[in-house]
Design a protein around this ligand. Structure first.
Ligand code: ZN
Length: 245
């Protein structure tokens, strides 16, 4: 399994990073986890967007899905021909929300996207497990397993009981740190760097990648905080970073 960080900026694009988008490849299957605003641009460094095999949208905050809009345009109107209908796993209201961005009815997207809801099962070569997270809108973390290796992506979430069990033994934990450590943090919203480190420690994760740090926060501080509680290898997600697991 190979993970490529396409975009990793939290909440809004930064000067050097688009919003959340992570390309996960296995046996030639190309799955994109989230497609936040700005991410379709750098995605083209790694593949032709018409060659994606599936997209998983963790939730319907714009920094995780808005570039489905230009993706639909690319796949429908490319001069070399339209791409096949793309499976998109997204929360239940995703179809209507995305169609609304075009001023269209949901049925008008049927030639571009085939929507389904998040569920345990399989997706291409991946065994998929999902869990509802602690976030203001319907959000699911995802666990992908293939050939005995597993990747867990927290999506957006505040700390909650059950997340460490869900991530137990993951070879790579891609954990958000949308909040800077500090007092009076809103519950049920985001992890901090410390929370991400504690999650990696409690889950016994093989490796931690800290992501979704907003441009107005200090990325390096988030990594320091995570590493203060997690003894394993921890890195900051950066555009273009590749992890083989
Ligand atoms: Zn969110």
């Amino acid at each position: 399994m190979r993970l490529t960080v396409v975009g990793c900026s939290g909440s809004h694009p930064g000067p050097d990073a688009a919003c959340s988008a992570y390309l996960v490849e296995q046996d030639g299957f190309r799955l994109l986890l989230d497609l936040g605003n700005g991410a379709l641009g750098p995605l083209q460094r790694y593949l032709d967007p018409r060659d994606l095999d599936a997209v998983y949208i963790s939730h319907l905050h714009g920094d995780h899905w808005l570039d489905l809009v230009p993706l639909a345009h690319v796949r429908r109107h490319h001069p070399d021909g339209a791409a096949p209908v793309l499976p998109v796993v997204a929360p239940s209201s995703g179809r209507e929300r995305i169609a609304g961005a075009f001023g269209r009815s949901a049925s008008d997207l049927g030639d571009v996207f085939a929507f389904s809801g998040p569920a345990d099962g399989s997706l291409g070569p991946f065994d998929v497990r999902v869990i509802r997270t602690a976030h203001p809108v319907e959000t699911h973390a995802i666990r992908l397993t293939a050939q005995g290796r597993s990747l867990v992506y927290t999506a957006d979430t505040g700390p909650f009981a059950g997340l460490a069990a869900f991530a137990q033994g993951a070879d790579l934990l891609l954990a958000e740190a949308g909040f800077a450590d500090g007092p009076d943090l809103q519950p049920g919203m985001h992890l901090t760097g410390t929370d991400a480190g504690q999650l990696a420690r409690d889950a016994g994760a093989g490796e931690l990648v800290v992501t979704h740090v907003a441009p107005w926060h200090d990325r390096a501080a988030a990594l320091v905080a995570a590493s203060s509680v997690y003894a394993g290898t921890a890195t900051l997600a950066m555009p273009g970073a590749v992890y083989n697991l």
